[in-house]
Ligand binder design. Structure first.
Ligand SMILES: [Ca+2]
Length: 217
C-alpha cells in the first residue's frame, strides 16, 4: 500500500509541475513601452486578439520616430517565481517588423535603473518571424514559449529588443531610417506563467492522499 501512495504522490507532483498559471498583471500599470507607434497602442498587447499589435515608433527621418532601443516592461500584481514567457510575434502587412533577438531582465521592486539595458541579461532568446513573406503573413501568430532560469523571481520583466526580422539592429548609435517599417518592431501578445508555489503543491498532494484514502474504503 505504501508503494501505491508513493506512486500517487509522484503523479500528483508531476501534474502540479506541469500545471502553470498565467501571471496576473498589475491592474493600474500592466505594461510600459519605450515608445508606441501612432496607429497602435499598448492595449493591443493585452487583448485577446492576435491581429492587434503594439509597435514601437522606430528611429526615422520621415516620421519623426526617436526610439533606437525599443523595450517593454511587464509589471505583475505580486512577486512570482516565473516559469515561462509566451509571445505572439507581430501580425501585420509587413511581418519583417516582427521581433527577432530579445534580452530579458527582471526586477524584484518594479524598477530598472538606466544601466540595466546595457548589463548582462538574465537570458536571451530569438523569436521566429510570423509568416515568411514581406506582405500579408498567411497565418495568425503562433505561440513561442521560452523557459526562465529555474527559481527566477520577479515583480517586473523587461524585454529589450535587439533586432527585427528586417535585419535592423537596435543600438544607441544605429542610423535613422527614412520610414518606420525598417527601424520599428512589434508584438501581438505576451503572457507569463508562474511556477506553482510549494503551498499549492502541498494542497495537491494532500488532495491526492485524500483520494487514495477514499479509494481504500
Ligand atoms: Ca493583440
Amino acid at each position: 500500500m505504501y508503494r501505491v501512495s508513493f506512486v500517487v504522490l509522484v503523479c500528483v507532483c508531476m501534474a502540479a509541475s506541469a500545471w502553470s498559471a498565467t501571471i496576473p498583471l498589475a491592474p493600474d500599470n500592466p505594461v510600459q513601452a519605450s515608445s508606441t507607434y501612432r496607429t497602435s497602442n499598448l492595449g493591443n498587447l493585452l487583448d485577446e486578439s492576435l491581429t492587434t499589435n503594439w509597435m514601437s515608433e522606430g528611429y526615422t527621418t520621415g516620421e519623426g520616430g526617436t526610439d533606437r532601443t525599443p523595450w517593454l516592461i511587464y509589471n505583475f500584481d505580486d512577486v512570482y517565481t516565473v516559469d515561462s514567457i509566451t509571445l505572439y510575434n507581430f501580425y501585420g502587412g509587413e511581418s519583417v517588423r516582427g521581433v527577432r533577438a530579445v534580452d530579458v531582465y527582471v526586477s524584484l521592486d518594479g524598477t530598472f535603473d538606466a544601466s540595466a539595458m546595457t548589463s548582462t541579461p538574465l537570458f536571451s532568446f530569438e523569436l521566429q518571424m510570423n509568416g515568411t513573406a514581406w506582405v500579408d503573413p498567411p497565418v495568425l501568430p503562433y505561440p513561442q514559449t521560452f523557459e526562465f532560469p529555474d527559481g527566477t523571481q520577479a515583480l517586473s520583466v523587461m524585454l529589450v529588443f535587439r533586432s527585427n526580422w528586417f535585419g535592423y539592429t537596435f543600438e544607441p548609435d544605429a542610423p535613422p531610417t527614412e520610414w518606420a517599417n525598417i527601424s520599428t518592431t512589434g508584438l501581438s501578445r505576451v503572457n507569463f506563467t508562474a511556477v506553482p508555489e510549494p503551498a499549492t503543491m502541498t494542497l495537491l498532494a494532500l488532495g491526492g492522499l485524500a483520494l487514495l484514502r477514499r479509494g481504500r474504503r
